[in-house]
Write a protein that binds this ligand. Structure first.
Ligand SMILES: *Cc1c(COP(=O)(O)O)cnc(C)c1O
Length: 404
């Protein structure tokens, strides 16, 4: 059963009914590791912050509402979420995963597979029929991401989740919604059992904390997730919970502006003849599928230049765009995944997965979009990827034709 949300998301994000005893307009921060009991026999709601803290509860209730979940948990990072979720499995369990997952996800699943803790298979999730055929009654968990980054592959999570539950009603379908955030996607409405997000990205939006959130509608799964968090001590610290709540209030305005900028930039690059990957462009091969699952294309896009050297010069030629891994912050970032975030995936695997070495990823912020386009134009000109003709119009020198 989906929980009832009274107001629209934008309103829920800023609405603050925290029931504070002094009517504080901002939820108070309980920077306390322990809580005293009234007496030996009378324990209060909280005793020790590893097990629970009022500031964390406040955040978790808020997150549950926003993600249309019945239960939500805040932990110390996005990878911390995956660690908690994989601990729900038993030794030797068979799991399926996409073949273009976040680098850190790939690293942890590969580690567990190589140790023999789990049997992990990676398959291309854009080929729905083929992916469905890999699901068996022994499939205990499925890890999905959509759209992936930086290849921007979309997967039909609704069909995969429905089929998985038909083949094995106990199969837990896990979805990483970091790229879309609750503003653009509600995976629990699409049949997913557990969704998680790196709150380091859009949810917090300011790159000043690391955090992760896990959400589910299933009370039994929630109980097991809580058991692991309490046992391992990876619950988010009260101060970081408090900061994350502050970040969340502006989530809707931030990401909507970021998306608006991203769409303009994707069109700008596409019009120049670059091969752009962005689910907001009709040229994306899964444009319609993405639209059927999400409420927007988000603010991450990637493009190819045809040359590693040219890409390097573009990345190093921008001024406003910071060269950094990660995304979701209010400022714009540029990166070369093969040299940075995805360097942990070996070259051979990248080749097998058709990962272009010259790929540039742009994570668009809330800046003035004209400034961003001017900045990119200067970098493109400096790199030699584009030139000006006699009429002062930009044209692409290599003209990489879209072949998606
Ligand atoms: C960043 C990221 C993660 C990991 O989150 P951290 O907070 O960095 O641990 C997981 N999945 C995706 C899609 C990410 O972008």
């Amino acid at each position: 059963m989906a929980p009832k949300k009274i107001y629209n998301l934008e309103t829920e994000l800023v609405l603050n009914k925290n029931g504070d005893q002094h009517n504080a307009s901002v939820p108070p921060l309980y920077q306390s590791a322990t809580f005293k009991q009234d007496s030996l026999s009378n324990m209060g709601e909280y005793d020790y912050t590893r097990s629970g803290n009022p500031t964390r509860t406040q955040l978790q209730n808020h997150i549950a509402k926003i993600m249309m979940a019945n239960h939500a948990f805040a932990v110390t990072s996005g990878m911390g979420c995956l660690d908690v979720i994989t601990r729900l499995l038993a030794p030797g369990d068979e799991v399926l995963a996409g073949d273009d997952l976040y680098g850190g996800t790939n690293r942890l699943l590969t580690y567990l597979n190589q140790k023999g803790d789990l049997k992990v298979q990676h398959w291309d999730t854009t080929n729905t029929e083929s992916f469905l055929s890999k699901i068996t009654p022994n499939t205990k968990m499925i890890f999905l991401e959509s759209p992936t980054n930086p290849l921007i592959k979309v997967c039909d999570v609704r069909t995969i989740a429905t089929h998985a539950h038909k083949v094995n009603p106990d199969c837990v379908v896990v979805f990483d919604n970091t790229m879309m955030s609750p503003i653009f996607m509600t995976p629990l409405d699409l049949g997913v059992d557990i969704q998680y997000e790196s709150a380091t990205k859009y949810l917090n939006g300011h790159h000043d904390i690391m955090a992760g959130v896990i959400a589910t509608r299933d009370a039994k799964l929630a109980e097991r997730v809580y058991f692991v968090i309490n046992s391992t001590g990876c619950g988010l610290t009260p101060f970081d919970c408090w900061l994350l709540m502050r970040g969340l209030r502006t989530l809707a305005v931030r990401i909507e502006r970021q998306q608006q900028n991203a769409l303009r930039i994707a069109e700008f690059l596409s019009n120049l003849g670059f091969r752009v990957r962005y689910p907001g462009l009709k040229s994306h091969p899964q444009y319609a599928l993405h639209q059927s699952l999400c409420r927007g294309p988000g603010a991450v896009l990637s493009f190819e230049t045809g040359s590693i050297k040219t890409s390097e010069r573009i990345v190093e030629g921008t001024d406003i765009f910071g060269i950094a891994v990660s995304f979701g912050c209010v400022n714009s970032l540029i990166s070369m995944p093969c040299r940075m975030s995805h360097a942990s995936i070996d070259e051979k695997t990248r080749k097998e997965r058709d990962f272009p070495e010259d790929l540039i990823r742009l994570c668009i912020g809330i800046e003035n979009c004209d400034d961003l386009i001017d900045d990119l134009t200067k970098a493109l000109l400096k790199s030699g990827a584009v030139k000006l003709n006699e009429r002062d119009e930009l044209f692409n020198v290599v003209s990489v034709q879209p072949k998606l």
